[in-house]
Design a protein around this ligand. Structure first.
Ligand code: AMP
Ligand code: MG
Length: 414
């Protein structure tokens, strides 16, 4: 798999609709990162976005140390194999030895400081110890198996920059230089509500014509995984009054409002109308499948994103648009989903909109190929659960088995 540049897409196949790239550009151009910061303990910092550049006050490693269990020697004493040297000291990790006497070896363990004078470590597998002496069955090069002071991070050097979203490995890195507290951006407040007279909370019985509110759990899960503070305003009936009322409340309590349903052109779709009455709508139709209607705009100081109602559309449009928006608002410096090239293991007919197919990667004849979920309906959530990523098919492009296609992995996206 190789990384590919973000490509531009000709959306002119469907006049009046924005391309996915244009939509992302439009959304990001209106997103201003939160300014407020707070100090957090490293134990509470997972997924937070760093608000300051961090530097190291120490070298890491702090001293030359052994990469192996073995014997520290002067390499010039071991320029032929089979030399026997007396063992003059023993240095476990956590202890500091003394100057190594020339012509002797120090028993040493992984992580222990190299004694002064020694310039190499011979791994114990190459040595035969016999009481107080050891035979070195190797020709030893200066520097062998020595981890140099500062080879990971030099004292005074930058460790991480502001804008970095902290994953487990960043927390480990910060701990390795001894940092226990630092400044991060404040949490983003995201208010949500879910429109539809037909939707019911799981746990309740279903009357005829009703369905369960799956979008709430998909969306909450995604938001929580991205460390947002979720203000969940629940299910909202399909009336303009109820929609306007809840939208006002949502905007007053959050940085961003994300909703599902009610953004299409049906007579029962009130979200877009409510948005136009209370604030401003800047776009709402995108040349993509699933998920054509995605409303974006503003109400007072809050941004607004109205995702479609269909459950797969919610998932896909969140990953493409809401995720990038949230990361930018959170102050993160990296918010574009990476595409890699994989081989399609399926045929797919061309359509006028850019498509996002739910696929799973498998190994086949030494190649990584994308297998497609057989049912790609925008209401078939099983496809999203089965898949490990999306294949992006440009508008008007037909896919033949064996073609190289763009793949967006779910891994690391939330
Ligand atoms: P809408 O955009 O409101 O017309 O909804 C499109 C489709 O998504 C309809 O079949 C709705 O029943 C369904 N839908 C809307 N909201 C939800 C939800 N919260 N959970 C599951 N399905 C939904
Ligand atoms: Mg609806």
């Amino acid at each position: 798999m190789k990384n590919i540049e973000t490509k531009t897409i000709d959306c002119c196949a469907t006049p009046g609709l924005l391309s996915v790239e244009q939509a992302i550009e439009n959304i990001l151009s209106q997103a201003v990162p939160v300014g407020e910061t707070e100090t957090v303990d490293i134990l509470d910092a997972l997924s937070r976005v760093l608000a300051e550049d961090l530097y190291s006050s120490i070298d890491v490693p702090g001293y030359d140390n052994s990469a192996m269990d073995g014997y520290a020697v002067y390499s010039e004493d071991c320029q032929s194999s089979g030399n026997e040297l007396p063992i003059s000291q023993r240095i476990p990790a956590g202890q500091v030895g003394s100057v190594l006497e020339k012509g002797t070896a120090a028993r040493i363990f992984t992580g222990a400081p190299i004694p002064e004078g020694a310039d190499a470590v011979v791994m114990q597998e190459m040595c035969e110890a016999d009481g107080n002496s050891v035979t070195i069955n190797a020709v030893v090069k200066a520097g062998a198996n020595v981890r140099r002071a500062g080879e990971d991070i030099a004292k005074g050097g930058a460790v991480l920059n502001a804008g970095k979203r902290l994953r487990a490995q960043e927390l480990g890195l910060l701990a390795s230089v001894g940092l226990a507290k630092f400044n991060v951006k404040r949490r983003l407040k995201v208010a949500t509500f879910f429109t539809g007279d037909e939707i019911v909370a799981p746990g309740q019985p279903l009357a005829p014509g009703q369905i369960y509110n799956s979008n709430r759990y998909t969306l909450r899960g995604l938001l929580q995984a991205m460390d947002c503070e979720v203000i969940d305003l629940g299910i909202v009936p399909d009336t303009l009054e109820a929609t306007t009322e809840v939208l006002k409340q949502a905007a007053a309590s959050s940085d961003l409002v994300i909703t599902s349903g009610g953004v299409s052109v049906g007579e029962e779709d009130y979200v877009r109308i409510a948005l136009e009455q209370l604030g401003e709508l800047s776009m709402w139709r995108i040349a993509m499948k699933p998920g054509k209607p995605v409303a974006f705009g503003k109400v007072d100081n809050a941004l607004f994103m109205g995702l479609p109602g269909n459950p797969v559309s919610v998932f896909v449009t969140y990953l493409l648009f809401a995720r990038a928006l949230i990361l930018k608002l959170q102050g993160a410096d990296d918010y574009i989903v990476k595409r890699v090239s994989v081989i399609a293991d399926f045929d797919w007919p061309k359509i006028k909109r850019q498509e996002y197919l739910r696929v799973r990667l498998i190994q086949k004849d030494d190649q990584t190929v994308a297998q497609i979920y057989p049912h790609q309906g925008s209401g078939v959530l099983s496809s999203a659960s089965w898949a490990d990523g999306l294949v992006e098919v440009s508008a008007g492009k037909e896919i033949k088995k064996g073609d190289a296609v763009n793949y967006l992995s779910f891994e690391g996206l939330f």
